[in-house]
Design a protein around this ligand. Structure first.
Ligand code: GLN
Length: 491
């Protein structure tokens, strides 16, 4: 039998339906792959007993012919999603050994559809980061390495564990979240497919909040089709999240293979950065040519406020984070560091429980929201956000169906290589992805090629609100042209 872990989710679905193998066999193959890949540090909690129990249940349902769309498929869950009875920490010391008594809506929908949980995946602390280096469980290794080099690279962040695990064949797909690029950037760094759906498409209920007006859940998977299958189960209206939208969830998979003939693809001139590596530029041109060959029409578009997106994001996101993180005070749950009075208890707990990047964000956020600075920073950033959104609206009003950009300004870099002296160096990673969150739009990252050192690079497609299907159709064209990429095993 072929190695079960190397199947795509769609292939595994067929094998399970045809009874070529059972979910228990598929799950066991992944559990043993996880054991052998502990050096990657992708999982922060393995749940083998639960996985096997869920697999057995799926096998029984498949046997009875009443299997859900993801029956028996083993998945990894980002540690930002609350999982009932399974430790959930957001990879922060402050949550300690917090065990939720409830399940996030997104994960409960995956289990409803028959998926199997292998464990919880590493991420940047509270999803703040672009390299998975801020996790209290330590950094995650990217299964990709530069040709002829032993240096361990970052898998991107904040969903670094999700991307690494999917790329290293440790799970067939993973949940992830994206506030400023945390699904798309790690997908690009690991040659996986990641889609951040439209704001409101997935419920945020039960996901540890970072910046509530930007946070969205989405899948990371090994193919465009697999990501469409996962999103269908993850998406949907939830009365428990008032920002979730009551629009029927389409059969995203039906969009795969649909003609893109006549679609208008915008190429935004503001994304052509000075000093952008020639390889990224080349990839972008190549991607545009593939879409053109498939019948799409390319048009140059302008998104004039692009240059303000990153600074505005790094005001809005920390502002919301400082408010959301106020709840971690050591009183009700998580870590508690004693003090001689309640104020000292708060101070000691928060000083001990939060890592450096989280503390930085809380301080920036508190500052930009404080009396006297609110108008100059927070309010202004919100106005800029409106302008960024309007740039996209103007573009779509001219008949543009989707916008093609690079996913990241570079390929993966080494652990500890970036942001040590100046955090802004790390923030610059998000330059192509944050605009999408600021505007609430859907964006997909699809592997499109490799750089001179053999590292994967991705392209991003940005769509109109709730038109994820367009992104799947176009993403499939890129995937067909570029092929799929798997790293050579070294772990
Ligand atoms: N890298 C960005 C940040 O650090 C985005 C993170 C995310 O999307 N969660 O804020």
């Amino acid at each position: 039998m072929t190695d079960l872990t190397s199947l795509t989710l769609a292939e595994a679905r067929k094998g399970l339906a045809d009874k070529t193998f059972t979910s228990l066999e598929l799950t066991d193959a992944h559990l043993s792959a996880i054991e052998k890949a502990r050096v990657l540090n992708a999982f922060v909690m393995e749940t083998p007993d639960q996985a096997r129990a869920m697999a057995r249940e799926a096998d029984a349902k498949i046997g009875k012919g009443d299997a859900g769309p993801l029956a028996g498929i083993p998945l990894g869950i980002k540690d930002l999603f609350a999982t009932k009875g399974v430790r959930t920490t957001a990879c922060s010391k402050i949550l300690g050994n917090f065990v939720p008594t409830y399940e996030s809506t997104v994960t409960s929908q995956l289990w409803r559809d028959g998926a199997v949980m292998l464990g919880k995946l590493n991420n940047d602390e509270f999803a703040m980061g672009s390299a998975n280096e801020t996790s209290c469980f330590g950094p995650v290794g990217n299964p990709w390495r530069r040709e002829g080099s032993n240096t361990t690279l970052v898998p991107g962040g904040s969903s670094g564990g999700s991307a690494s695990a999917v790329a290293a064949l440790l799970c067939m797909g993973a949940t992830a979240t994206d506030t400023g690029g945390s699904i798309r950037q790690p997908a690009a760094f690991t040659a996986t497919v990641g889609i951040k759906p439209t704001y409101g498409r997935c419920s945020r209920w039960g996901i540890v909040a970072f910046a509530s007006s930007l946070d969205q859940a989405g899948p990371i998977a090994r193919s465009v089709r697999d990501s469409a299958m996962l999103l269908r189960s993850m998406a949907g209206h939830d009365p428990k999240d008032t920002t979730s939208v009551d629009i029927a969830v389409p059969d995203y998979e039906a969009a795969i293979g649909k003609s893109v003939k006549g679609m208008k693809i915008g190429i935004p001139k503001e994304y052509r950065l000075d000093g952008m590596p020639a390889e990224i530029e080349k990839l972008w041109t190549e991607g545009a040519a593939w879409l053109k060959a498939a019948g799409a029409e390319l048009v140059e578009v302008s998104l004039p406020h692009t240059k303000y997106a990153l600074p505005a994001y790094y005001i809005v996101a920390p502002a919301e984070a400082s408010s959301n993180l106020a709840r971690y005070d050591g009183v009700r749950y998580g870590l508690r560091e004693q003090g001689k009075n309640i104020i000292e208890l708060y101070e000691n707990t928060r000083a001990e429980g939060f890592g450096a990047e989280v503390r930085r964000r809380v301080m920036i956020g508190t500052y930009v929201l404080s009396a006297g600075y609110y108008d100059a920073y927070y309010l202004r950033a919100q106005k800029v956000r409106t302008l960024i959104k309007k740039d996209f609206e103007d573009c779509f009003a001219k008949g543009v169906d989707a916008i093609l950009t690079p996913a990241t300004p570079s390929a993966a870099f080494g652990i500890g290589e970036k942001g040590g002296a100046d955090p802004v160096e790390m923030y610059l990673n998000d330059i192509f992805t944050v605009t999408v969150n600021m505007a609430g739009l859907p964006g997909i990252a699809v592997p499109a090629g490799k750089d001179a050192q053999g590292l994967p690079l991705g392209l991003q497609l940005i769509g109109r609100p709730f038109e994820e299907e367009t992104l799947f159709s176009l993403g499939e064209v890129i995937e067909q042209a570029a092929g799929r990429f798997t790293p050579a095993r070294w772990w």
